[in-house]
Design a protein around this ligand. Structure first.
Ligand SMILES: NC(=O)c1ccc[n+]([C@@H]2O[C@H](COP(=O)([O-])OP(=O)(O)OC[C@H]3O[C@@H](n4cnc5c(N)ncnc54)[C@H](OP(=O)(O)O)[C@@H]3O)[C@@H](O)[C@H]2O)c1
Length: 230
């Protein structure tokens, strides 16, 4: 049975990742900040014994280390860094707040690194040896035609740099790294005008991950599997 650990699973894309991987008979370690306030996730876990729910604020390094040690000797085929924040929607030129910017960097950039460092042995001992990180096309310089969104764009561009190095550094261990854009998805973050729903998004993400190899490791994949220019 394959295993996946996913962050930020109480709502949005993370919740649907749990749903589909568990349905496909994967063992799912579903992490969220407050399991006691995650009714949709708890319902999935009640209905499917493949799912276990774990408290994890990805900005808390001690919680990350504690979970890695709780799951010691458990192979993890896919470590999925999904949790993310957008920050204030009006973080435009002349209106950027340092604390809010640092919070974006902590959650969107540093946390995927800290998670990967903490769980690298779990991933290395698995069959699929995959680290997937949810980035965004908004982190692409080439794609930036509208400006603004300084906090989100910079934190996702930075996580792309982090994951590019990681793909190189972990290749000798056979670990593959995927940098993913999930499309514009109807979630709290994406809003009601998103182009796709979470079900379609996760189907596509799974398809892309199934094509991941050491040769295309470190790629920045669009939701249709094509490569996004940096
Ligand atoms: N939706 C889109 O169109 C879109 C586009 C491009 C990229 N993305 C990326 O896709 C990922 C998922 O986005 P989404 O649309 O599903 O967003 P969402 O509906 O806003 O969900 C975000 C998830 O991240 C969790 N999270 C935030 N901070 C956390 C922390 N410190 N520790 C643990 N969990 C934390 C949230 O938990 P709480 O409920 O506890 O806050 C929630 O479960 C994000 O990385 C996002 O940047 C989304």
């Amino acid at each position: 049975m394959n295993t996946i650990l996913i962050t930020g699973t109480n709502r949005g894309i993370g919740l649907e990742l749990v749903n589909q991987y568990a349905d496909n008979n994967w063992r799912v370690f579903a992490c969220c900040r407050s399991p006691e306030n995650a009714p949709a996730l708890q319902k999935l876990a009640d209905e499917n014994s493949n799912i276990s729910v774990h408290a994890l604020d990805v900005s808390d390094s001690q919680q990350i280390t504690a979970l890695a040690s709780e799951l010691k000797n458990t192979p993890i085929d896919i470590l999925f860094n999904n949790a993310g924040i957008y920050g204030p929607y009006d973080a435009n030129f002349g209106n950027t707040n340092e604390q809010e910017w640092l919070a974006c960097f902590r959650i969107n950039t540093l946390s995927p690194m800290k998670m990967s460092e903490a769980f690298v042995k779990h991933v290395a001992s698995s069959q699929l040896k995959t680290i997937a990180t949810m980035s965004s096309k908004m982190g692409s310089m080439s794609d930036n035609g509208s400006g603004g969104s300084y906090l989100y764009r910079s934190s996702k561009a930075a996580v792309n740099a982090v994951m590019t190095s990681m793909a190189i550094d972990l290749k000798p261990q056979g670990i593959k790294v995927a940098i993913l854009h999930p499309g514009w998805v109807k979630t709290d973050m994406g809003g009601p005008n998103g182009e796709i729903n979470t079900v379609k998004c996760v189907l596509q993400l799974q398809k892309t991950l199934s094509t991941l190899s050491l040769d295309n490791s470190g790629g920045f994949f669009d939701i249709d599997g094509t490569i996004i220019p940096w």
